[in-house]
Design a protein around this ligand. Structure first.
Ligand code: GRF
Length: 219
């Protein structure tokens, strides 16, 4: 099977990027990582990309006159690589219409909550404050609404007595990596389409969010 062309957007550590690189290198994931784009010049993820031989681009948002200009530049850099899938893996900027209009339905984001719960930031503390008995991560299609597009996949972990936001984040992080790798793997093996706020897998409407199973499959 032909490798799926992907572009990954990051802002920081890039541990999720690393999970994709490792899965590519082990032969599990058939992806061609065209470009890693960071809006932060000293993001650690850029070193990970360089070590893996993946070209990278830095677009520092504060160097642009406004959000629209940043979006225009971002859209141009993404488009140059002609990716089939754009993966936001810890990309801490809101993507505006200047990008969305070109790549609608082809951008996915990893968010650390069981969407639609806890959109936005500080999700671990908010899950604890709400008294939730489980937390998790979601991968969704990016739309104009923050963390609001249709969800394709999730992983769930229990919230344990004595958990604080740090312990919760530490336990979720490796599960996020697995969710991201399994979801991108899913994209390599299926035709995933997005229209009218609905996800279609190989032509069939996705009625239930895919859940990461212990064997790392999605169902
Ligand atoms: C992850 O927790 C992800 O859910 C959130 O940002 C974090 C990125 O981590 N959106 P890393 O940069 O991939 O290590």
């Amino acid at each position: 099977m032909r490798d799926l062309k992907v572009t990954v957007l990051i802002s920081g550590n890039g541990s999720n990027l690393q999970a994709l690189i490792d899965a590519r290198d082990s032969g599990r994931l058939g992806i061609n990582m065209i470009n890693v784009i960071s809006n932060v010049a000293d993001a650690k993820g850029l070193e990970r990309a360089a070590r893996a031989g993946i070209p990278s681009t830095v677009l520092e948002h504060q160097r642009f006159a406004d959000r629209n200009e940043f979006d225009r530049a971002l859209a141009m850099v993404i488009a140059a690589g002609e990716p089939e899938l754009v993966i936001l893996a810890g990309f801490m900027r809101i993507i505006g219409p200047g990008v969305l209009n070109h790549f609608e339905g082809r951008i996915i984001n990893l968010h650390p909550s069981l969407l639609p719960l806890h959109k936005g930031t500080d999700t671990y503390q908010r899950a604890l404050d709400a008294g939730d008995c489980e937390h998790g991560a979601s991968i969704h299609i990016v739309t104009g609404e923050l963390d609001g597009g249709a969800v394709i996949s999730q992983v769930r972990i229990p919230i344990l007595a004595g958990d604080d936001k740090h312990s919760l984040a530490a336990r979720l992080s490796p599960m996020e990596h697995r969710l991201l790798v399994s979801t991108v793997e899913f994209f390599t093996g299926h035709d995933v389409e997005y229209r009218e706020d609905t996800i279609f897998i190989d032509g069939n409407r996705l009625d239930n969010i895919l859940q990461l199973q212990p064997d790392e499959s999605l169902s």
